[in-house]
Every structure is written in C-alpha cells, then in structure tokens.
Ligand binder design. Structure first.
Ligand code: ADP
Ligand code: MG
Length: 713
C-alpha cells in the first residue's frame, strides 16, 4: 500500500518519506522503528542536566523572548524556567510561527537534547507541547532517524509518529499477516507481528518493548540462518568430495613411532571430527579454532597424512613468508622419518626450484606443499590435491578459500585454522557453511605466561630479568611499535634501540625482523633465532602470527599502550611454548589514560584468549564497534546485533534447522522466497573480504549473556 493514502501523508509527504527516509510503502513505514526510547513519565530538572544526556523532557514556563542576531544568524531566544533554574531555548528557523504560538506564562513540556554552551545549558529547536494538551504523557516515546531535509520541511518526530499511529489504524495493518511460521511463534512464545510492530512504535512499558524487540531480533536471525543452511545444504548436495576411507601407513607410523608426545584429548576429538568429514564423499569445510600454542599445526599435519594415505596430495597455506618457512621446517622434520616429500613455495622461490616443484606437483611425486598465497596462482597445478589447509584465516578472504577449491575437478577438503576465538554459532553465521571444531585445551605442563606491566622507571628490573634468562640459555623477543624513529610520535623505535640493545648485550647475538626487510633477509634473521644462534630478536609485530620458538622465554613489548588487547595476546603467545617459566613484559609510558591502564591490566590478570577478547570488547565499548562490525555483514540487521544476541542466534539456528528438516523442499526453493524482505540476506550471503576482516577483528568479543532470554522462552 502506498503511503500517500494514510491520513496525514498525501503526495508531498509521501515523496519526502521515500526520498529522505527510504520509506516507499506502508510496510516500510511500519518497519521504520525508533532507534531510541525515552521514558515519557520522567521529567528532568535543568539543574540535573549533564553533557552526555540524550533527549530529555522538561516542564516549565517561558519568562521572556528576544530576537537576536542578523541575517542567517537571526534567532529567537526564550528564557525557560522549570521552577528552579533557567535555560535558553533557541530557534533558528520558523521564527514567525514560534513567535505566534509559543508564549510566556503557559506551562509547556519541552523535549530535546541539552547542549552545553558558554557555561550554561540550552536547548535548540526542542519539541514543544502545552502541558495541558491531551493526556498526561505515559509510556515510552520513540525517537526516529530523521533527515536534515525533513526537519527543515517541518517534518518532526511528532509528524512521523503521528503518521505511524494513523498507519496502525488502517485496514492494511489490521490484516497484516504473521511473518514467522506459527509453530515457531507458538513454541517460543514470540509476540505476534502486529503487536510487536505496535510496541516498537508505542510501547507502554519496557517489558512489552523488550518482547517486541526480541521478536524482531529472532525473526531477522531466523531468516538469515534459514538461508545460510539452505545454501549449505544445496552446496553439500551438489559438490562431491574425495573419500578418504583408509587410515594407513603414514598416519599410523607417525602416530606410533614419530610423534614425540601424546595428543591432547581435544586434538584427538578434532581429528575424529575431521576424519568423519573426509570419509563420506562430501567436501569438508571446517574451521579449526584454538588459542595460540594449542597445537593446531600437528592436527593439520595428521589430517594431511590421512590424505596421503589415500594417495592424495596436501597443501598448507600461511599468511606470511616467515610462517610458511616455520611450517615448512616443522613439517619437514615430521616428514623426513616417514619418507614423505615436502616442499616450500612462496613468492621468493627462485625459478629453478620452482620449476622442479611445478613438475613434481603435476606428476604427484611431491606430496606436501607448504607456502604462502603463491599457492593460489593458477600455474600451481596439483596432480590430485586432497586437502588444503589455510592457517590464520583472517589474513585470507573467502575468495581465496574458493580459489583453493578450484584446484582440481573434485575440490579438496578444506581446513581453516584460526586462533581468533569466535563463538561457534557466530562462526557458522559468518562463514556460513563452515563446520567448527575447537581445541580448548593446551598441551600439558604449560605454565601460564607471567605478565608484567612496567614503566620506564622500572627498566632496571626488566633488564635484570632479561639478563638472567639469557644466562639460563633462553631467548628474548623485543617488540616495537615502529621501525623508524618518528619525531612526531613519542614512541620507541626498533631502529633506534637496535644498536643500544647490541651494546647492552655484547655477548649475545641480536637479530632484527620487520616488514620492510626483503623476504630473504627476513627469513635469514628469523632462521638465526629459530635455530638458537641468535638469542635476542628485535622485531615489529610481523612476528605476531604463528612463529614458534619454544626456547624463547621473554617477550618485551615496548609502548604496549599502542597495541590492541587481542594483538598483545597474540604476541604473548610467542612465549610460554615450553614447560618452563616465561614472561611477557608490557612496557608503557607512565602517563596513560585510565582506560588504557585498565586494558593493560587485564593482560596481567588472565592468559585466556576468550577472556581477553571479551574484555577488549567491553572496554572499547559496544558503540562504535558494533557499527563497524554490523557494517561488515552481508546482510542488514535492523534490530538484532550479532555481538549481543548470541543466544537468540543459537535459537534461531536451531529453529531454522528444525524447519528445514521438516520441510526439505525448502532447500530447493528459490533463494529467500520465504524470507521477509527486510531480513533477506544477499543470496550468496558471502562476506566481502573487508567485511570478513572487520568481523573477525571485532568479533573477539563479548557474545552472549546480554540477552535476557527469559523474555522469549
Ligand atoms: P598453534 O595452535 O598456535 O599453531 P602450534 O601448532 O604451533 O600451536 O603448537 C605449539 C607447540 O606445541 C609446538 O611446539 C608443538 O609441537 C607443541 N605441541 C602440539 N601438540 C602438543 C601435544 N599434544 N603435547 C605437547 N606439545 C604439543
Ligand atoms: Mg599456528
């Protein structure tokens, strides 16, 4: 139904609604929800205003008016007295109308945002109503997003809520159909759609408002999940996968004779899950999540052996050269006793060895290829790639994952590994069709990294720690925020400190790794440290991902206040990989904001990745973070919020699964034919690469516990 037929709209306002607010019909008007609510029974005192307040209500009388300024700056200023104190109320437009209709002596209710200007509070263009007009205010009043232009056209909050109220009186609304399956609304006691719409606009109390919001949150997430599941089912029905029926020589020999330590229970469980995926003729798409140091590489290797035992090749892709090199060394050491041929391919691989690799890949004699995104190049052709492993996914986009799939007629099984703690249900939403495995256990004997927060004046203590660890034969990382000195930034730089460190520890070898070095140089330096020839590594955050030197026992991070918590956690994960005591020292300026100090203190209190990311999210505050996070999604969420509505998401997924199980014909139906337009995801519902990155960054966060689920079930 067109909006112009609603009482109080007409042609002109219908155009304004469409153009300024994107409201094209009555349905969209009904779903144009307020973004905030104000308790109408609550009146504020001018004396109680503070700078942070949103819209507030005050009651009082004008005592005087004056016109001030010239030309464009002309304004009408009223002095408003709430019985105790006085504030200015200012109008810049509609002066004539205001002069005629707003008078002294009458009691008014003003509704606006207090602004602090020249030492006093005032209100600019508040909404204004005679206190004796109509009923005494009850319930809550919503605030809608309005455009600048709408405001200039005298289209106010009141105009919009008036129109919505009229829309609720139409036959169209009376007959508005329920948009969720009745079995779902009944089972979960969800508020029916018409009641929910009414309560979104004109709630009488918080309980009704909550119930309405919960309903729409559920609905949005339900249809998204439904579509994701349909997509995943269709895909798994149409894409075949290699069948690895056999556990054979390689796997068994490695497990029984080479593996130097027992697997953790979590590693065993994940291997069983992977094995289960790979024996059924469907392509595996699995996300393996586990905190730094939990032993993902080993799991990856054993999954590769399953492929090799069935006559297939395997590949593992890392986000950096250093990491690829490290994987190569780890895997080579494991491969050697098994007689497995393993090679490394990166952007810096020279032509000759590269030609050999290409040939051996094609004839199948090369069994395991380790590399960077160089593996994705088209000229890299496998004889029969059985499994592709992607380490530290956040540096890779979905598009790249797909490129791995396309290497061969039947796509390889795909295992994506990450240390980012994404809640399971969320990962399913973000990655759509990825199954999730979690390693939630560290190898035994690990001692938590002792984490210190220290200031420049404590450097003596830190130096003593370093010296004593060096004497015990251990290795040290020192991480800097900058490579080169920058006089504008008052930060430590690697370049400047390098010589100083070398002078201070003349009996030890110091290497240096940063992003501006040539790959070969970086590798060489890194190698010195990995082999133990160098005892001190001075670096930037390029070492953040994955590097494994169990003998390293101290991580010193300069200007730690400049790093995010998650990043600090990743860095800290570079030490504490052996069984001995290890230390992470966060060096910071003494003068830091209280918030920053709190953030750094969290690091000293826990080594649990989930807790760290939770704290990160809480401290950075939901506000801007939710903005960026939500904007990274391939679908629009109007009411639901992935950061906070984890429980609803889980429930929505369960319901969607049940519905699909009961109605298999839905899988084949046209995309989203059954979804409401508002919650319809992009049919491909894929994240953009940026979106994915944002989400993964922001998702290290508080995810549940925020929703009072009792409101629904
Ligand atoms: P991440 O999960 O961060 O990639 P790694 O795979 O690099 O962790 O493993 C970290 C260290 O733990 C490695 O030195 C690895 O050999 C060791 N490790 C892995 N699994 C076990 C285990 N079950 N018992 C003891 N050490 C293990
Ligand atoms: Mg790793």
């Amino acid at each position: 139904m067109e909006t112009k037929y609603i009482k109080g709209v007409g042609e002109k306002r219908a155009k304004l609604l469409a153009k300024d607010l994107g409201i094209n019909d009555v349905r969209e008007l009904l779903y144009y929800f307020p973004y905030r609510y104000v308790d109408r029974s609550k009146f504020y005192r001018i004396a109680d205003f503070d700078g942070e307040m949103p819209m507030v209500q005050v009651r009082g009388r004008f005592v005087r008016f004056a016109e001030e300024g010239e030309g464009a700056k002309r304004r009408r200023v009223g002095l408003f007295n709430d019985g105790r104190s006085i504030m200015e109320v200012v109008w810049f437009s509609g002066l004539k109308y205001i002069a005629e209709s707003v008078v002294c002596g009458v009691e008014y209710v003003l509704f606006g945002k207090p602004s602090f200007y020249r030492g006093a509070y005032s209100m600019v263009h508040p909404e204004i109503e005679r206190a004796d007009a109509g009923r005494a205010p009850t319930g809550f009043r919503g605030t809608y997003t309005l455009s600048e232009n709408a405001r200039h056209s005298n289209f106010t909050q009141k105009s919009l809520s008036g129109i919505v109220a009229n829309a609720l009186e139409t036959k169209y609304f009376q007959e508005f159909p329920e948009t969720l399956p009745s079995e779902v609304t009944t089972a979960l006691h969800l508020m029916p759609v018409r009641d929910a719409i009414r309560n979104m606009h004109f709630p009488q109390n918080t309980r009704d408002l909550q119930a309405a919001r919960e309903r729409f949150k559920f609905e949005e997430l339900f249809y998204i999940e439904l579509n994701i599941l349909r997509y995943a089912r269709r895909r798994s029905a149409s894409i075949r996968g290699h069948v690895f029926g056999r556990i054979g020589h390689y796997f068994n020999t490695f497990y029984n004779n080479v593996l130097p330590f027992p697997l953790t229970e979590a590693q065993k469980r994940v291997l069983r899950e992977i094995r289960g995926d790979m024996r059924h003729g469907r392509q595996m798409n699995r996300l393996l999540q586990g905190d730094v140091g939990c032993g993902k590489t080993l799991v990856a290797f054993m999954a590769m052996l399953m492929a090799l035992d069935n006559g297939y090749q395997a590949a593992i892709m890392a986000p950096t050269e250093i990491l690829a090199q490290q994987h190569y060394e780890t895997l080579s050491a494991w491969c050697a006793p098994l007689g497995i041929k393993c090679a490394r391919l990166t952007g810096s691989t020279r032509t000759k060895p590269r030609r050999d690799i290409d040939a051996a890949l094609r004839d199948g004699s090369l069994q395991i290829l380790v590399g960077t995104h160089a593996l994705l190049e088209e000229k890299v052709v496998f004889a029969n790639l059985g499994i592709a492993i992607i380490d530290e996914q956040h540096r890779f986009g979905v598009a790249q994952r797909a490129k791995m799939w396309n290497k061969g007629e039947t796509p390889p099984h795909v295992l994506v590994m990450t240390a980012t703690p994404i809640p399971r249900t969320l990962a399913m939403t973000v990655y759509g069709d990825l199954e999730v495995s979690v390693i939630d256990e560290l190898p035994p004997g690990r001692k938590p990294v002792e984490t210190w927060l220290r200031y420049d004046e404590n450097r003596g203590e830190v130096d003593r720690l370093i010296a004593s660890q060096l004497r015990q034969g251990r290795q040290i990382y020192m991480v800097y925020p900058l490579v080169h000195q920058n006089d504008k930034l008052n930060l430590k730089s690697l370049e400047k400190d390098l010589e100083y460190v070398r002078e201070k520890y003349p009996h030890y070898t110091v290497v240096c790794v940063h992003g501006q070095l040539k790959a070969a140089e970086k590798d060489y330096q890194m190698q010195q440290f990995v082999s133990g020839e160098a005892q001190i590594m001075v670096a930037t955050t390029v070492i953040e991902v994955g590097v494994n030197v169990p003998n390293a026992s101290v991580m010193v991070i300069e200007n730690a206040e400049r790093f995010g918590l998650s990043q600090l956690h990743q860095l800290r994960g570079r030490v504490g990989r052996g069984a001995d005591r290890s230390f992470c020292v966060l060096m910071s300026k003494y003068k830091i904001a209280a918030e920053t100090r709190k953030r750094l203190t969290v690091m000293t209190q826990t080594t649990d990745g989930f807790l760290v990311s939770e704290a990160d999210m809480q401290m950075r505050g939901p506000g801007d973070m939710e903005g960026t996070m939500q904007s990274g999604l391939p679908f629009k969420l109007q009411v639901a919020n992935l950061a906070r509505d984890g429980q609803i998401l889980t429930r929505a997924r369960q319901e969607a699964e049940a519905i699909l199980a009961a109605n298999p014909q839905l899988v084949a139906a046209e995309p989203a034919a059954d979804a409401t337009p508002d919650s319809q995801p992009d049919p491909a519902y894929r994240l953009s690469e940026e979106g994915l990155a944002t989400l993964r960054r922001e998702m290290r966060l508080r995810f549940d516990g925020q929703t009072d689920w009792s409101l629904i079930s």
